[in-house]
Design a protein around this ligand. Sequence first.
Ligand SMILES: NC(=O)c1ccc[n+]([C@@H]2O[C@H](COP(=O)([O-])OP(=O)(O)OC[C@H]3O[C@@H](n4cnc5c(N)ncnc54)[C@H](O)[C@@H]3O)[C@@H](O)[C@H]2O)c1
Length: 377
Amino acid sequence: MNTGPVGVAVVGAGVISAEYLRTLGTFPDIRIVAVADIVPERAAAAAATHGIPLAGDLPTVLDEPDVELIVNLTVPAAHAQVASAALRAGKHVYGEKPLTTDPADAEKLLAEASERGLLLGGAPDTFLGAGLQSALRAVRAGHIGTPVAATTAVQSLGPEAWHPDPAFFYQPGAGPLFDLGPYYLTALVALFGRVERVAATAARARVRRTVGSGPKAGQSFPVDVPTHVSALLDFASGASANSTFSFDSSHPRIRFEITGTEGTLAVPDPNTFRGPLRVRANGDDAWRELPVRGRTDGRGLGVLDMARAIRAADDPPGRGARDTHRASGALALHVLHTMAAITRSADRAEFTRLPAQVVPPTPLPEDWDPTAVTLGR
Ligand SMILES: NC(=O)c1ccc[n+]([C@@H]2O[C@H](COP(=O)([O-])OP(=O)(O)OC[C@H]3O[C@@H](n4cnc5c(N)ncnc54)[C@H](O)[C@@H]3O)[C@@H](O)[C@H]2O)c1
């Protein structure tokens, strides 16, 4: 039985790995043991920058006994294959979003993890941040009465202006729905519970795009997914939402409002860990700021929550902790099913029902402390 900090390997040393490595490095309950990439220089550079002892390819880090948990930060098309190899090597896996590009692959991963007694988790973990946890608390405290509906929108011209290797954002498993949808849909599921059915339309403004920065600037690449998606969602709780996801708009905008019987809550950007959080009660003529309390550490809070669940499940007395981690594979799978159903609905021009799964994540305790040493040494 392992004790002390959980040994982690990051696989995929691209753009987002810097945030993970920075954040995870501040949590005493996690020890970053290794970093891997199919481009060896990227793994070596990340290891040098963050003082990580081992750099190599995937087989190298999977062979390392001190690695217990793989944080899979590869591109969406590689998520399933990397996660499956890690589970077969006996490692727990936390994956960036989407969990896989196809729900059937994600179902297989969940089954494989369960058969092997391993944990599977998935991004996003932004709903564990101060902004969204404060929004959840405000709803539970009755600030807007009974929640009834949400309106969300995220729109921009897409990531190719700033991302040095943006082609994957326009391949299956990405586009605005699969790339940004997980933030909005995970937050909605945390607020309203599981999605029951969806209806959607989808469009694409351009069939090719151009890299805007870095060594590949000026290169063009194909757009193989819809880049403007509008969805209606019905939740099993009776609440509903209308959500727009767009990489076609020259007006960058984020909107996330929850309307209840007594007022409306303006929820912070669910792709961040921060506020602001505002409420407008029925009859008010202005918004009022609500307090935002909790952690703003950055991507990795879900990995820490999972690491602690791994150790708690290893505890001989058993605290029933195996499935207590909040950014769980089951939640990520439900969000993936929702995005796949939105895609199918847009293709067929009809409402699409979802499999009845998922239990919404439990709230974090208000005093949850990622920097506490809870796993001993
Ligand atoms: N860039 C962001 O702002 C951002 C934010 C949140 C989440 N994400 C998610 O994180 C993931 C990675 O995004 P990114 O922007 O860092 O992409 P990236 O292209 O910058 O990095 C991905 C890295 O994975 C490596 N890789 C690909 N296949 C691999 C394999 N089979 N084995 C080992 N390494 C492999 C690539 O060589 C590359 O270094 C995606 O799922 C994305 O949706 C990105």
